[in-house]
Design a protein around this ligand. Sequence first.
Ligand SMILES: Cc1cc2nc3c(=O)[nH]c(=O)nc-3n(C[C@H](O)[C@H](O)[C@H](O)COP(=O)(O)OP(=O)(O)OC[C@H]3O[C@@H](n4cnc5c(N)ncnc54)[C@H](O)[C@@H]3O)c2cc1C
Length: 289
Amino acid sequence: MSYDVIIVGGGPAGLAAGLYTARMDLKAVLLDRGPLGGQLLNTELVEDYPGFESVLGSELATKMGEHARKFGLEIRDFEPVKEIELEGNTKVVPRYLGVPGEKEFWGRGVSYCAVCDGAFFKGQELAVVGGGDAAVEEGEFLTRYASKVYIVHRRNELRAQPILIDRARNNPKVEVILESAVKGITGNEKVQSVRYEQAGVTKELPVGGVFIFVGFVPNSGLLKMHVDHDEGGYILTGRDMQTSVEGIWAVGDVRSQLTKQISTAVGDGTTAAVAASAYVTSLKDAART
Ligand SMILES: Cc1cc2nc3c(=O)[nH]c(=O)nc-3n(C[C@H](O)[C@H](O)[C@H](O)COP(=O)(O)OP(=O)(O)OC[C@H]3O[C@@H](n4cnc5c(N)ncnc54)[C@H](O)[C@@H]3O)c2cc1C
């Protein structure tokens, strides 16, 4: 089967690109290694996507998928792209903290997804490691289940959006521990405590689980071999989202840029779709002459 455009990844960026390409009558297919939605599926409530005062991440994902399908986008979920030979790529995976005990207790108290695993920790005290949007939002989310959530952050202030910080600070179950670097996770069968260093003093926090949200590394491995990227591995693009290789566009969180949000991912997808459409048309025109 031959397509005008192949989109790898069905998060907001890929779904926006899919909607636009399909609506511009290109023959497009979107492949995702999992269910549609990307990080939207890890997001409880979205309150900053224009037009939606408050919407569940999963609901927004369903709506985006249905919208793109309506215009004829072929969507194939649970189809991972294993190799890229000069075609697009996507996404993000959690960044590991890299402390002793993290790998050992993964699945036995260490988690990277509050929505997935939070319910296993009913009534327990938990530690969340990190200080950005994901850490603060997920930390607050975990108070649904946990009796107490400690947000342990190495800097002297949280980096999350003010509205998320306010919410967490007003939640009596949340306690923020700043200027504290996590050094290890300990336990027997399961996690029993987190060891951290504060002002040169090593301290022990007894917890039943540790949720790690210290950012993401771009899942750009295969594409990185082909295109220019920054020192963090994020793909460099021009203003049309095209990478350093003609015919390959990078959109959303995988791209080197200031903001990683649903709205910016959708904008990237839109720009790339328009640019890809012009490119495909020029190739078709050239083939005719
Ligand atoms: C907890 C949390 C809360 C957030 N809250 C908000 C918020 O309130 N507002 C906001 O604007 N943003 C929020 N964000 C950020 C927002 O979700 C992301 O910026 C956005 O989802 C990025 O979209 P994307 O399409 O670039 O990537 P993603 O959403 O990560 O989608 C990438 C997709 O690519 C797929 N994929 C990866 N590799 C392959 C492969 N080899 N083959 C096939 N498919 C592949 C993945 O399965 C995934 O579906 C939040 C993020 C998190 C984690």
